[in-house]
Write a protein that binds this ligand. Structure first.
Ligand code: PLP
Length: 348
């Protein structure tokens, strides 16, 4: 037997209470519609094993992933009937898998409708394109007998600019989704992602599909103050050293110590999703003490100025400043990227 691994020097602090509260808030804001949850990409990087049970216990009954490979992690926590796969079947093997397991494919095209029918069919979801020109059937294709014969649970469409309430694309997409609802028999209809929920009752249908806001993202001003932070990356100090005035710090000495200072090397780097764009911009914290990132972020380490907390020692844990709206502004990354980048070396 191999000995147990010691815990790693980096972890995600995950606030399940905040995740549940965010889902409930988005449910209330969805009015008469129920809120589901987009949990693709391993629940936006947080870990499906963390997020799915929390959302289930909060009352969520509809879960959306993108890939077939993302299904098994969900089936540990929720029934197959609660899961839909947004990419739909690309191959006969995908369609056979959906039928064997009992999850719903989202049918996005005529070839997918044909694959599903040839596999034996059954309950599915369907995506209609309402103007994004990404995935989904056109309005005209809804009349195809193959499509009319489908047993559609949720008729979906997806908004391209829901975080911009004044973008005229929203109303155009709403009109096309409404027309699609008249053109095809279905049990439930869904249009809104996180931002779409804030566009008003007309956008709610029967079911909403929030993702980013569940996990602490604030895609639009209307959600300011409503959504709580869920994720805080934490990393341990590996080494502490005193550096003299004028010495270079880190790769290429992009930071030169302007005075004698104490520098800490932290177990977090771009291989963990803390990209080089944080070089000279990021902040770690210990309690109230702010520890600016100095020099270049490297693959496995980041260097911080310990001036505000000179008592810190090897093995002490630091929080990474990662409130998503502010972190996006500072880093230039989107709130979605900030979450889905978080790497595999974090203990979740
Ligand atoms: C990812 C996704 C969502 C969730 O979007 P957010 O902007 O994260 O709320 C909803 N619907 C579809 C089809 C998606 O792909």
């Amino acid at each position: 037997m191999r000995p147990d691994l010691p815990p790693p020097a980096l972890r995600l602090k995950l606030d399940g209470g905040a995740l549940a509260a965010n889902w409930r808030a988005l449910g209330r804001l969805s009015g008469a519609a129920r809120a589901g949850a987009a949990v693709k990409a391993n629940a936006y990087g947080l870990g499906a094993d963390f997020a799915v049970p929390v959302l289930r216990d909060a009352g969520c009954e509809d879960f959306f992933v993108a890939h077939w490979a993302e299904v098994p992690a969900l089936l540990d926590h929720v029934p197959a009937s609660a899961v839909a796969v947004l990419h739909g079947p690309l191959t006969a093997a995908d369609a056979a898998y959906a039928r064997a397991v009992g999850v719903r494919p989202v049918i996005n095209s005529l070839p997918q409708a044909r694959l599903w029918a040839e596999a034996g069919g059954g309950r599915c979801d369907l995506m209609v394109d309402s103007g994004m020109n990404r995935l989904g059937l056109t309005q005209a294709e809804l009349a195809d007998p193959l499509v009319q014969a489908l047993d559609v649970d949720v008729l979906h469409s997806h908004l391209a600019a829901s975080e911009e309430p004044d973008n005229p694309l929203n109303a155009r997409q709403l009109a096309r989704w409404t027309a699609a609802r008249r053109a095809l028999r279905h049990r439930r209809a869904a249009l809104a992602n996180s931002g779409g929920i804030m566009l008003g009752a007309a956008y709610h249908g029967d079911l909403t599909r929030p993702g980013i806001a569940l996990y602490g993202g604030v895609p639009c001003a209307a959600l300011d103050g409503v959504i709580a932070q869920v994720v805080t990356p934490q990393a341990a100090l590996l080494q502490v050293r005193d550096v003299g005035m004028g010495e270079g710090v880190g790769y290429n000495a992009t930071f030169i110590a302007p005075r004698a200072m104490r520098i800490g090397a932290v177990s977090l780097g771009y291989a963990d999703g803390y990209l080089r764009c944080w070089s000279g911009k990021g902040e770690l914290r210990h309690g109230d003490a702010v520890l600016p990132v100095v020099g270049r972020v490297s693959m496995d380490m980041t260097l911080v100025d310990l001036s505000a907390a000179p008592m810190l020692r090897e093995g002490d844990w630091l929080d990474v400043a990662y409130a998503l709206p502010a972190a996006a502004t500072t880093s230039g990354l989107s709130q979605y990227e900030l979450l889905t980048l978080l790497g595999r070396r974090f203990l979740r």
